[in-house]
Design a protein around this ligand. Structure first.
Ligand SMILES: Cc1cc2nc3c(=O)[nH]c(=O)nc-3n(C[C@H](O)[C@H](O)[C@H](O)COP(=O)(O)OP(=O)(O)OC[C@H]3O[C@@H](n4cnc5c(N)ncnc54)[C@H](O)[C@@H]3O)c2cc1C
Length: 391
């Protein structure tokens, strides 16, 4: 009999799981809380094992076709002069800060959804409100009432509500004390195809990155001991960003102006998700809902793609309990590695003092030296770059 799977969350992990589970012969329904596919988001990268997953999905060319065109990462000073640079390596080389496969998050999500077999059922604007399970299946309550599935895959991102219903408060969130705010601004002639990053005193970073749709993607990052932007209206968030960044030159006034008009302002209070286990009975956590590593850990999208593949591979070979255990055993070391931040991170990435900023700039200069770069690339190559995928 066909296994009926409910996947909840349609961003990266959910659609990728739907793809592989449907290919394995499961009858898959995907439920997404938003009324339509959320196509926002900025530059994300596909690294290491996830490149192989994308290749096996037949999407490598499509992902390359939507490459943001970023040619590398440059640290700059307040005058815009280059402090250090990390160009993208030749095809097949290990990835540096800018990966070979860089794509807008919404574009990747759309590609995966469109690649899913027609047998996948999509339900937008709905969400689980109750979960009950027994040895044979899971009863979930959705807007239309109660329905029964054999398995539920929770891919709802770091703040997952269904995770709370099933795992209670045993899942811990670790705030990193840092905000990243993202928005799209108009591209101007001085914008090139480098990711330009300015680190300034006051624990702040400013970034500009190219996209493939004629805009420029801007990021304002700052450290904060508490989630000061939570609960604020978009207007209040913009005011708070002006207050924190208005003293700066370079492209900052333009970014603040651009954020006034941006309709995709996205605020991320960085928090890692630590779950002692990723499965309970017939319910399993996947992607950021299970292990959010944040952009500081890096590779969240790659881990989501890899996790979806690994989960489906083991489910196609074993009973759910055994499959979930093997999935967790396979993924844990990758996640632990991504969540284990080097000492002092994220503090040293956004120092408060001018001396700290100078030290960081020198550090990036050293890291960019050809001899040292092969070592630093090991830090940015992505999850288990050389590990064989199961199945
Ligand atoms: C709109 C958006 C923009 C993003 N922009 C960036 C970015 O610019 N840079 C970056 O590094 N990362 C970004 N991310 C995060 C990035 O997508 C993830 O870190 C990574 O790809 C892993 O994805 P995920 O599918 O596990 O979780 P997420 O990408 O967080 O997706 C979770 C999905 O579940 C849905 N959902 C939440 N709760 C429920 C519920 N109760 N029922 C049903 N569905 C639910 C959400 O609407 C979302 O579609 C963004 C995520 C989103 C949703």
């Amino acid at each position: 009999m066909e296994t009926r799977v409910l996947v909840t969350g349609a961003s990266i992990a959910g659609p990728a799981a739907a793809y592989w589970l449907a290919r394995a012969g499961c009858r898959v329904t995907v439920v997404e809380r938003a009324p339509v596919l959320r196509e926002g988001g900025q530059n994300i990268d596909v690294r290491a094992t996830a490149r192989e997953v994308v290749r096996r999905m037949g999407l490598e060319d499509a992902v390359r076709g939507r490459n943001t065109g970023e040619v590398g990462t440059r640290f700059v000073d307040e005058a815009g002069a280059v402090v250090s640079e990390f160009p993208v390596g030749p095809p097949g080389a290990a990835d540096g800060p800018t990966a070979e496969l860089e794509i807008l998050r919404g574009a990747l999500s759309r590609l995966i959804v469109d690649a899913c077999p027609d047998t996948v059922t999509w339900r937008f604007g709905d969400e689980i409100t109750a979960v009950e399970q027994d040895g044979d299946g899971v009863d979930v309550t959705l807007a239309g009432g109660r329905e029964r599935f054999d398995l539920v895959v929770v891919a709802e991102g770091p703040g997952s509500r269904t995770r709370g219903l099933v795992f209670g408060d045993e899942v811990r969130e670790r705030a990193l004390g840092m905000y990243i705010t993202y928005g799209t601004i108009e591209r101007e002639p001085q914008d090139d195809d480098w990711w330009q990053c300015l680190v300034v005193p006051g624990a702040r970073q400013i970034s500009l990155r190219p996209d493939d749709v004629g805009g420029t993607r801007a990021m304002l990052t700052f450290r904060s001991d508490s989630p000061v932007l939570e609960g604020l209206s978009p207007y209040e968030i913009r005011r708070e960003l002006c207050r924190r960044f208005a003293d700066l030159g370079w492209e900052v006034p333009r970014i603040l102006d651009g954020f006034e008009a941006a309709d995709d302002l996205y605020v991320d209070w960085l928090r890692q998700v630590h779950a002692p286990t990723w499965h309970r009975g017939r319910v399993v956590l996947l992607g950021d809902a299970a292990w959010c590593v944040t952009p500081i850990g890096g590779g969240g999208t790659s881990l989501a793609l890899t996790g979806a593949y690994v989960l489906a591979a083991f489910l196609s070979q074993h009973e759910p309990a055994e499959a979930f255990a093997r999935y967790e055993e396979w993924m844990r070391p990758l996640v632990d590695d991504a969540q284990r931040l080097p000492p002092g991170v994220p503090r040293i990435a956004a120092p408060r003092s001018r001396a700290g900023v100078q030290a960081l700039r020198w550090g990036t200069k050293v890291a960019a030296l050809p001899l040292v770069r092969s070592l630093t690339t090991k830090l940015t190559a992505g999850p288990a770059a050389d590990r064989e995928l199961p199945g």
